[in-house]
Design a protein around this ligand. Structure first.
Ligand code: NIG
Ligand code: FE
Length: 395
């Protein structure tokens, strides 16, 4: 039980409140409003003064590939000289290179690597993170990655949403046999062991076809799992519409989508997750976040942290790019990195500061909460709280 005071301005993120107070009981917000209107029953509770700073909901990173070993620096340097991401993938490098390094690493090594990455996200204000498997490929190796993801969630302090990603066909496998292994062995085992909440498919050139994607997602639904897809990053496959049709949580990337696809997302409520850093690193234009938003799509923004297309540790940077290059306002980008991102995980109790929601928030080192978005390359995150407890910096 605690009451937080000394909040100069707070974003819910939909509304701005001045001189706010937040009462937290059992990790949830039991009351929130102007400090002067604090109800009598809360006045005797222990208090924590946040020093006249701005407060925002904890950021939600709804799309990451945090568990992997090895580096792709060499490819990064060559791509910077003009070689293509897709050519590396076709030639057995790219994702396959990370798969080889990941398969060769021990579970403890993978856990240590991912934990260090998660800490960097947390220092940037991220309190919930979706983590995909996908660099294991075989049944045994994917399960191992999902176990690492589960351990990260158990360790805390970040909340972790685990997703099994059907990424690429492993070298040496027949497509049909691999899809059968996913739908008949891997997904049932993932569901039995509660190793993931969702299944994601990379539906694109170099990944799975639309028909294969449908087979995998339908198997996921039969086993009670939620669904997502890497949709329309390189070419328009129809994955965005498929996800809308099947009631998916989100369709992610969306570089090659057209207005018809946005309409489908808007109608189904499937969240459109854009990944600005991946687009910029691959020297591609961002999807038109502005027009998507105006078409009624619930737009979220995520890092897509991975060693290939998006080697980034800052969700804030992704949000700033969504403003500068995607045409969102700062207030909209904040919604895209909090409440909408939480919807991409099917968790409306996260990413917003309202009565009954989880008390996950970040404190900005300024009276103006939105100043966080103003400075590039230097973090204005003062401290981070999960379930009402300070988790960064460590006390
Ligand atoms: O979201 N394109 C597929 N998956 C990842 C990239 C993975 C990688 O290059 O290692 C993505 O961009
Ligand atoms: Fe991704």
């Amino acid at each position: 039980m605690k009451v937080f005071t000394g909040i100069s301005a707070l974003y819910t993120p939909f509304e701005r409140l001045e001189q706010a107070a937040i009462a937290v009981r059992d990790g949830r917000i039991s009351w929130m409003g102007p400090e002067g209107a604090l109800p009598a029953e809360y006045r005797s509770w222990p208090r924590e003064d946040l020093g006249g700073r701005g407060v925002l909901p904890g950021l939600v990173d709804a799309h990451t590939h945090l568990v992997y070993a090895g580096s792709r620096l060499e490819e990064y340097l060559r791509r910077a000289q003009g070689e293509s991401y897709e050519a590396f993938l076709e030639a057995g490098g790219g994702i396959h290179r990370t798969v080889r390094a990941t398969q060769a690493a021990s579970e403890e090594e993978l856990l240590n690597l991912a934990r260090a990455r998660l800490r960097k996200l947390l220092a940037g204000g991220v309190t919930t993170v979706e983590i995909k498997s996908g660099y294991g490929l075989t049944v045994e190796h994917e399960i191992r990655l999902l176990r690492v993801i589960r351990r990260l969630g158990e360790e805390g302090p970040c909340r972790v949403f685990p997703t099994f990603l059907a990424h690429v066909i492993p070298t040496g496998w027949e497509r049909e046999a691999y899809i059968q292994a996913i739908t008949e062995e891997l997904i049932p085992e993932v569901a039995r062991g509660r190793l993931a909440e969702a299944v994601d498919v990379f539906c694109d050139r170099g990944g799975f076809t639309l028909d294969e994607t449908r087979q995998i997602l339908e198997a996921a639904l039969r086993h009670g799992l939620r669904i997502k897809a890497h949709a329309e990053q390189f070419e328009r496959t129809g994955a965005t519409r498929l996800l809308s049709e099947l009631g998916g949580l989100s369709a992610d990337h969306l570089e090659a989508t057209i207005p018809e696809d946005w309409k489908a997302l808007a109608q189904s409520g499937t969240v459109g997750v854009i990944l600005p850093v991946a687009a910029v690193v691959l020297r591609k234009p961002l999807p038109d976040a502005r027009r998507m938003w105006d078409a009624g799509v619930k737009v979220a923004v995520a890092t897509d942290h991975n060693p290939g297309s998006s080697p980034v540790y800052s969700l804030l940077l992704a949000l700033q790019l969504a403003v500068a290059l995607g045409g969102l306002s700062v207030e909209e980008a904040l919604v895209a990195g909090t409440a909408n991102a939480a919807l991409a995980l099917g968790k409306p109790e996260l990413g917003r500061l309202i009565n009954g929601a989880m008390a996950d928030f970040l404190v900005v080192n300024s009276r103006e909460a939105l100043e966080l978005f103003y400075w590039w390359g230097d973090s204005m995150v003062h401290s981070v709280y999960v379930a009402g407890e300070r988790v960064y910096p460590h006390q």
